[in-house]
Every structure is written in C-alpha cells, then in structure tokens.
Design a protein around this ligand. Sequence first.
Ligand code: SF4
Length: 190
Amino acid sequence: MELTRRGFLKASGAGIGVAALAQLGFPTAAFADGEKLRIQQAIETTTVCPFCSVGCSAIVSVMDGKVVGLEGLPDSPINRGTLCSKGQSIFQIANNDMRLEKIRYRAPGATEWKDKTWEDAIPAIARLIKDTRDANFKATEEVNGQQVTVNRTEAIAQLGGAALDNEECYLESKFARSLGLVYIEHQARI
Ligand code: SF4
C-alpha cells in the first residue's frame, strides 16, 4: 500500500494523540481508530469550568463513572467551543484518586480527623455563623461625633468560588450582606 505524505502525517498524528491520551489515563481503545475519535458510548453532559471568572462551558463525556472526553461547548457565547489549558485540565477534578469525597472534621485542639455527614455539618456551620455574628454584631458606630447605623459584623468573611454561576453568586452575596458581612471576596479575583 502506498503511503502518501498526507496519510503518513494523519496516521502518525493519531498515534501520538492516542499515546498522549493513554498517558493521561484515558481508555485508548475508544481512540484507536482515527476516524472514530468521538466516544460513542459515553454520556455527554455540560458543565462550567470552575477555574476563573470567565465561566467557559464544556461538554464532558462520561463512561463507567470516569471522564473520558472533554471539549469546549460550541453553543457557549463566552468561549464558543474553546478551552484554555487550565480549562482542559478540569477532568482531573473528577478522575482523581486524591479527591476528598467525605466531609472531614477536626475538633478544636484535636489531632484526629473524623468523617462527618452533611446532616452533621450544615447545622454545625449554621450554629457557628449565627453565634459568631451575634457575638460580634455592631449596630451603630460613631462617625464625626454622631452614632450612625452600620449593622455589620467584621468577624466573618466569605470567599466565593468560580464553580458558582452568576445567579448563585448573586444569592450568596445577598445572603452574606443580609447577615451584615462586609468582607466578601471571590476566588476568581484573587
Ligand atoms: S480557566 Fe480557562 S477555560 Fe476555565 S473559565 Fe477560565 S478561561 Fe475559561
């Protein structure tokens, strides 16, 4: 069989791609044929990259509980099918043996970490927030010799994450301000 220059480049490019995917832990059988690179048996879903405030969307292909494909979402008006190098790595959040999947808690002064459930954690977090706010709430402050209403606490700070979408961030910041928080920041700005 005569191998043309174009055919050689296509075949070697596919081979290099398969080798690179194998190094990343992808099942390369799905990529063995250059004409069948798309993963036909995977379930596709969409997600938002959590790594910065741009908020690019991606299509994630999942097979047997593992991410086996990731590409930018062409329908997104933000990234139009592209992903930067950080965005290309978000599959490592899911395919990661070191990912914590349980709530871990270490009591003040203790040396041991314990597994907890959300049923344990949510009331405990709410109790700590409420107690801290109440103990440190300042209703008024003297400004230029006059008492003015400030209704704030400086004892709690909130840090948001870029995994939250615009509407979730809106609700989070409204909630924080309703408690009187003034130190509100976002991971994407840091
Ligand atoms: S890290 Fe990259 S892919 Fe992710 S949202 Fe930001 S620009 Fe988009």
